[in-house]
Ligand binder design. Structure first.
Ligand code: PSU
Ligand code: MN
Length: 306
């Protein structure tokens, strides 16, 4: 059920720095061909920072850690035929020998199976706007309850209800770490008016924190929030306008369940004439860089232990 690329397998065994990447954003988070191009640049960024990238997806029922370019193309081009796979779908996709792109939640599960401690994404899922009527909470936040992986992000996607998502994380005992920031980043925008739990200014400190948290056997994930680089940050009022429009449209069209997040991302991209996609890509590259540094720092601590 689990196939790990030989180079990645060797690296995990030797406790070298490996960074896992989710694949749902390739199939359902970005338009093709930018999606595949972004995924490849993400992998390259991780390599040039001294770590080993491991993008994870399911092909014909096999969880595959480390993808070829043609496998990435398959995810990017496939769209509707590629199953958006979160925790609840994992056994189905494997049993039915389908091809699936993994959300943050499913990728966390697979990373843990493979023995990878750090995972990177753009923004995790969370509590949706109109939660009061729709009860829509991403399985991503739930996964942090039970799967001890450090997820490097730019916060939660701004299409969500960010304050409610933070409340949810707090209730479930999930630590939110700000990287070189005291305030929670708002995905497309560098800053929100909400605080993070803890601020860390260097990757070594985050790796040390991971170790301590593991020693305590709390079994929960860690959310690292890395603000989008200044040059690509979109002013809050500007992007909020587009988001509100997209959310209202989605509600009017009765779009729900797993279709909602991809719909909103695509709509905001259309309304912003591609600006949101560019921001999404840039924050991903920056997150890949940070995730690599954390994985390297973590590997150094493992080395010391020996
Ligand atoms: N980050 C991005 N783009 C994305 C996602 C994250 O920059 O498309 C995806 C992730 O795969 C995440 C998913 O797990 O959105 C959440 O979907 P939902 O809200 O349906 O759980
Ligand atoms: Mn949902």
């Amino acid at each position: 059920m689990l196939r790990i690329h030989p180079d990645i397998k060797k690296a995990i065994k030797k406790k070298q720095p490996v960074v896992a990447l989710e694949s749902n954003l390739i199939a359902h988070g970005m338009p093709y061909p930018q999606s595949v191009e972004t995924a490849l640049i993400c992998e390259r960024t991780i390599r040039s920072n001294g770590a080993i990238p491991a993008t994870i997806a399911v092909f014909d029922g096999v969880i595959t850690v480390g993808l070829s370019i043609s496998e990435m193309e398959l995810l990017g081009r496939g769209k509707q035929e590629v199953f958006k796979t979160t925790r609840k779908d994992l056994a189905y996709v494997i049993d039915q020998k389908k091809t699936g792109a993994l959300t943050v939640a499913a990728a966390m599960i697979a990373a843990k199976m493979a023995g990878i401690k750090v995972l990177v994404t753009g923004g995790i899922g969370g509590v949706h706007r109109y939660f009061d009527t729709a009860m829509d909470i991403s399985a991503d936040v739930e996964e942090f309850n039970r799967t001890n992986v450090c997820v490097v992000s730019s916060g939660v996607k701004a299409i969500l209800d960010v304050p409610k998502t933070l409340e949810y994380l707090e209730t479930h005992g999930i630590p939110v770490i700000g990287y070189q920031t005291d305030v929670f980043p708002a995905f497309y925008t560098r800053e929100s008016d909400l605080p993070v739990d803890f601020r860390f200014d260097d990757p070594d400190a985050i790796a040390s924190y991971m170790k301590t948290q593991q020693t305590l056997k709390l079994e929960s994930g860690i959310l690292v929030a890395n603000p989008i680089p200044e040059a690509f940050s979109i002013p809050r009022e500007k992007i909020e306008n587009f988001i509100t429009t997209a959310v209202e449209e989605g509600k009017a069209k009765n779009i729900r369940g797993k279709a909602l997040t991809p719909y909103l991302l695509e709509r905001v991209n259309e309304l912003s004439r591609g600006e949101s996609l560019e921001a999404n890509r840039r924050l991903l590259y920056s997150n890949c860089e940070l995730a690599s540094k954390i994985a390297i720092a973590y590997a150094k601590l493992e080395e010391k232990k020996k």
